[in-house]
Design a protein around this ligand. Structure first.
Ligand code: ITT
Length: 197
């Protein structure tokens, strides 16, 4: 059976990615299968560069095809922040709750029409001996005035998906996957995988 390694330490991402590869004749390994592997820092200015860097590090360590996701939230009123720093927005080891609190504080007092934002995701596929390929997806929405919902992870409780009028944290994982930045990027990544594997 063909194998692929998911180059992420984020369990929630791994679950979403595995759901989207369900039904494929492919064994999905994760970084937990390679405890000796140290991931490189995410120091590139864009999602695509960071995703490629993560996937290439894992492909060269394991000798197997690797898939990495780099993603984050861009808020219009903050000039696109937190962007590539989304995981570390409120500090180096900040929790989802701390990041969400800081975001709501920075946007305090802004009316709904000035709370526009988008999630973005780049998925990179690195196959030893081949050129790395990157695909992207985005999902527009609006930042809520307070957190709402228990599902998802990260900024999901404060991100309102406009067509439904509810936060990602209130949507089922299937419904979120159908419309999310990661879902869209992974639909494209499925095509890439067919070509590359
Ligand atoms: P890896 O680098 O190990 O994959 P990470 O959590 O550090 O895991 P990123 O550097 O790509 O991942 O940071 C992305 C951050 O953006 C993530 O921690 C969340 O806070 C946020 N994010 C990305 N996708 C999201 C989603 O679908 N829902 C909510 N928040 C999301």
């Amino acid at each position: 059976m063909k194998k692929i390694v998911l180059a992420t330490n984020n369990r929630n991402k791994a679950v979403e990615i595995k759901q989207l590869l369900e039904g494929w004749d492919i064994e999905v390994l994760t970084l937990q299968d390679y405890p000796g592997l140290e991931m490189p820092g995410e120091d590139r200015p864009d999602f695509a560069g960071n995703a490629a860097k993560k996937a290439e590090a894992v492909a060269s360590y394991t000798g197997l095809p690797a898939m990495a996701d780099d993603s984050g939230l861009e808020v219009d009123a903050l000039g696109g922040r937190p962007g590539v720093r989304s995981a570390r927005y409120a500090g180096e080891n900040s929790s989802d709750r701390e990041n969400n609190e800081l975001l709501l504080k920075e946007l305090a007092g802004l009316p709904p029409e000035e709370r526009g934002a988008r999630f973005r995701c780049a998925v990179a596929m690195a196959v030893p001996g081949k050129e790395t390929r990157v695909v992207e997806g985005s999902c527009p929405g609006r930042i809520a005035e307070k957190p709402d919902g228990e599902g998802g992870f990260g900024y999901d409780p404060v991100f309102i998906y406009e067509p439904e009028g509810i936060t990602f944290a209130r949507m089922s994982s299937e419904a979120k996957n159908r419309v999310s930045h990661r879902g869209k990027a992974l639909q494209k990544a499925r095509k890439l995988l067919k070509e590359l594997l």
